[in-house]
Design a protein around this ligand. Structure first.
Ligand code: HEM
Ligand SMILES: N[C@@H](CC(=O)c1ccccc1NC=O)C(=O)O
Length: 273
């Protein structure tokens, strides 16, 4: 038996041509690989070896941001529809993606400051500060800050519209308040809300789903904070105290954002437990 016969036998004894079922869908056409793999264009000339890594890492971040927005939007809508198990299930998927995103910093840190320096000067005034999806995640999570929209330079009208929409629509926190109201809690004042959160925390057998949802929100908040902390340390390693290509003070600006929390009341609750 020839090697060819052996392979054919293994796959059912017929002459199989993988992915040629009437010339329809293939792996590459389904995943749009010709398009996807043609989107890495270096600014450096002659090409700096590490610029491909820099572009790839950022593109992977943006793909995960797209997925995170998909899941967070659905989680918010599940809360509004009273489907608490689904809201929690989707948030847990988001946590897993967020952990991977923070770990990706390890890959970028295999680039030295000297090798980054070969193409960094070509990037100005572009910067991660201009990531629309990153800002959408912040807004949807609960940290709406319209001043970021004003500070964006060079947004397309589609991007502007996406951010405007995110500023208008309910956040994950708004949806959680709706969950509390449906369970009979008063959420009109901050005091009433604190009282509701303490009550949920104090009777976990009665409010299991509502408590677990709050824990999943807090986890999302903690993982976002972990990414910010990891990013700023990477920045110090790469560029020290140099100003950023986006026009900010660099690491100093990023440090000013480390205290950001999406759900301060869930953190304050800890002191009262
Ligand atoms: C060599 C690696 C990196 C360096 C040196 C760096 C540096 C910086 C600096 C200095 C800023 C402040 C804005 C400015 O440029 O003035 C910034 C902001 C930002 N960067 Fe990076 N960055 C790096 C990698 C990344 C990666 C991989 C991502 C993933 C998407 C990212 C996302 C962001 C975001 C979202 C902001 C805005 C943060 C905020 O406003 O809170 N950065 N970065
Ligand atoms: N802001 C960085 C450059 C940088 O990292 C960057 C540049 C263009 C697009 C995305 C970037 N990533 C994060 O800021 C710097 O100042 O070195």
């Amino acid at each position: 038996m020839s090697t060819e016969d052996g392979v054919a036998g293994q796959w059912g004894g017929t002459d199989v041509h993988f992915g040629e079922d009437g010339g329809r869908l293939t792996y590459g056409s389904y995943l749009r690989l010709p398009q996807l793999l043609d989107q890495q264009h270096l600014e450096s000339d002659p090409p700096a070896h590490d610029e491909l890594l820099f572009i790839t890492i950022h593109q992977v971040y943006e793909l995960w941001f797209k997925q995170v927005l998909h899941e967070l939007t659905a989680s918010r809508d599940a809360m509004l529809a009273g489907e608490l198990w689904l809201a929690e299930h989707l948030l847990r998927r988001v946590h897993t993606i967020e952990r991977v995103q923070t770990q990706q910093v390890d890959i970028l840190e295999t680039m030295t400051p000297q090798d980054f320096g070969e193409f960094r000067h070509r990037l100005s005034p572009a910067s991660g500060f201009q990531s629309v999806q990153f800002r959408e995640i912040e807004f949807l999570s609960g940290a709406k800050d319209p001043s970021f929209v004003r500070r964006f330079r060079g947004l397309t009208s589609v991007e502007q519209e996406r951010l405007r929409q995110r500023l208008e629509e309910p956040t994950l926190w708004d949806a959680y308040l709706e969950v509390l109201r449906k369970a009979g809690f008063d959420t009109d004042t901050e005091d009433a809300l604190r009282h509701a959160l303490r009550k949920v925390a104090g009777d976990r057998s009665q409010y299991a789903a509502i408590w677990e949802l709050a824990e999943a929100l807090l986890q999302h908040d903690e993982l976002a904070a972990a990414w910010r902390a990891r990013h700023v340390v990477m920045v110090e390693r790469m560029i020290g105290t140099k100003p950023g290509t986006g026009g900010s003070s660099g690491a100093n600006y990023l440090r000013s954002r480390l205290d950001l929390r999406y759900y301060p009341l869930l953190w304050n609750l800890r002191t009262a437990l």
